[in-house]
Design a protein around this ligand. Structure first.
Ligand code: GLU
Length: 510
């Protein structure tokens, strides 16, 4: 297929994937899927100084958790591999050679000290057309001298020869044409002989070309590099097939100005990474959305709307709906404030909408963590319990607080409620009430409620006090779902035993 959309997510494995990077991956994915295209995952590990062990696995695991599937990559394979830049040295070496041969690049021997001296001598020194003539490079030195130094193993770099005084236009699908003058660009290093590796710029555009990438969708922080990339495509003679650019707006702090950082997360108490990250060097642990109890669908939905909207006020959208509705026409050029409260709201919504059976499954580890043996209860009981309390939960982890009494009889009774609702005659009334419950043909919530309320009223008892005292014995405090729903689910034996226990243990205040 000639015009097949091919996009790539190209992270550098320098640490955990930031939530902004996840959004970039997501937009690439949505665009690829919408167009029946391919999604490539390329690992850009040419900066050996900044390589962090574990980061690549982390990236794979995070994307997998979120349901961002990859078509071509290190794990997936594909016909344009290898997909890891450190395994493509030969390709880069060959391409550096092409630019040296066609005169668009040159070799430079300047040592760090010489560059330092040049910077000290010339204010705002930049290695470019105005200065390259006075530096130690293949443009100023005789060819045999250059060869001699290289053969002698002297360290060198290859620099791109930027032609001065030219307008360079980056055609960005979001921002329109962005034009700058080439005079502001310096002769960027494309390759270093010291580690026989290209720099980001060269590797990035060579790979985009060879992997037939049609759209480069990436963060706004890469916009300043784009003019150089445009010139590189041209220097290779690839201008006609150069990819279209989209530079996505930044994610901004929830409060104040500036880019969202890990510090904001620490300060305001939310994760900025998809998964928990254990830093291999410092041992520091950074929290992740997954471990905080977020559902991947909620995170995807939340992130999709940070910088894009569907053109109306729809907020809850599945991955499939996002794929159908996504469009750069509705992407914003300005930064998107990271509203983590909204993130919680999304999780709450997804929790409510998920089938109760799945929620119950997710709740099982919580039960275990609190010392409850799930096998002591049947799945229908757990499912119903969870469905009764989920309205108050943002996270699966919140369910325990709300639902614990379904699994563990109370041993403490809220003293304030005792003071307000308990009285000397309550044990007798509750015992009689249990007798009434036992005599009912069904404990089904609505008919049982009708009968018991009638009984309370006939006996002349105080409705609020009796129902709350009953609740106190069953739940331990005066909160929770509808009392008759609880009775229906727990069954008469459990209710009777809790009432008995309450009567034995609740002490009237002195
Ligand atoms: N390796 C770069 C990064 O870490 C890729 C930038 C791009 O997508 O061109 O984000």
């Amino acid at each position: 297929m000639e015009n097949q959309v091919r996009v790539r997510f190209a992270p550098s494995p320098t640490g955990p994937l930031h939530i902004g990077g996840v959004r970039t991956a997501l937009y690439n994915y949505l665009f690829a899927r919408q167009n029946g295209g391919k999604m490539i995952l390329r690992i850009e590990d040419t900066d050996s100084q900044r390589f962090v062990p574990g980061a690549e696995d982390y990236i794979n695991e995070a994307l997998q958790w979120l349901g961002i599937t990859i078509d071509e990559g290190v794990r997936e394979g594909g016909e344009y591999g290898p997909y890891k830049q450190s395994e493509r040295r030969d390709i880069y070496r060959e391409h550096v050679g092409m630019l040296l041969d066609n005169g668009r690049a040159y070799i430079a021997f300047d040592t760090p000290q010489e560059l330092e001296a040049a910077r000290a001598a010339t204010p705002n020194f930049q290695y470019d057309a105005s200065t390259r003539g006075s530096m130690r490079n293949s443009l100023t030195m005789a060819a045999d001298e250059v060869k001699r130094l290289i053969d002698a193993g002297e360290k060198y770099v290859v620099r791109f020869k930027v032609e001065p005084g030219r307008d360079v236009t980056v055609r960005d699908m979001l921002r329109g044409d962005v034009t700058i003058n080439s005079n502001v660009l310096d002769d960027k290093v494309l390759y270093k002989s010291s580690d026989d590796l290209p720099t980001y710029h060269l590797a990035n555009i060579v790979d985009d070309h060879l992997m037939k990438v049609t759209h480069v969708i990436r963060g706004e922080e890469w916009l300043p590099s784009a003019p150089l990339h445009v010139l590189l495509y041209e220097a290779f003679g690839w201008a006609d097939t150069a990819p279209r650019f989209v530079h996505l707006p930044l994610l901004l702090k929830p409060d104040g100005k500036g880019k969202l950082s890990k510090r904001d997360g620490d300060r305001l108490g939310f994760p900025v990474f998809p998964l928990e990250w254990h830093d291999p060097k410092s041992g520091e642990i950074s929290s992740g959305y997954r471990e905080k109890g977020y559902l991947p669908e909620a995170v995807v939905n939340f992130l999709a709307l940070l910088g894009w909207n569907p053109g109306d006020d729809t907020e809850i959208m599945s991955m499939q709906e996002l794929i159908e509705k996504f469009s750069f026409d509705h992407c914003s050029k300005s930064g998107a404030k990271f509203d983590f409260e909204k993130g919680k709201w999304f999780n709450h919504k997804y929790l409510q909408e998920m089938p109760d059976e799945r929620l119950a499954e997710l709740f099982i580890p919580e039960l275990e963590a609190h010392g409850v043996k799930p096998s002591d209860f049947d799945m229908g009981y757990i499912t119903r319990a969870v469905s009764m309390v989920k309205g108050r939960a943002n996270f699966v982890g919140d369910l325990w607080d709300q639902a614990r009494f379904f699994f563990v009889a109370p041993s403490d009774y809220d003293p304030k409620a005792v003071k307000k609702r308990w009285s000397e005659d309550m044990p007798g009334i509750l015992t009689a009430l249990v007798g009434q419950l036992k005599s009912l043909p069904t404990l089904e919530s609505a008919p049982a409620e009708e009968k018991i309320l009638a009984w309370i009223s006939e006996g002349g008892y105080h409705l609020g006090n009796v129902m709350n005292a009953l609740r106190l014995t069953v739940v331990g405090e005066c909160k929770g779902p509808h009392m008759f729903d609880i009775i229906e689910l727990m069954g008469i034996d459990e209710i009777a035993s809790r009432v008995e226990r309450g009567i034995a243990n609740i002490k009237l205040p002195e």
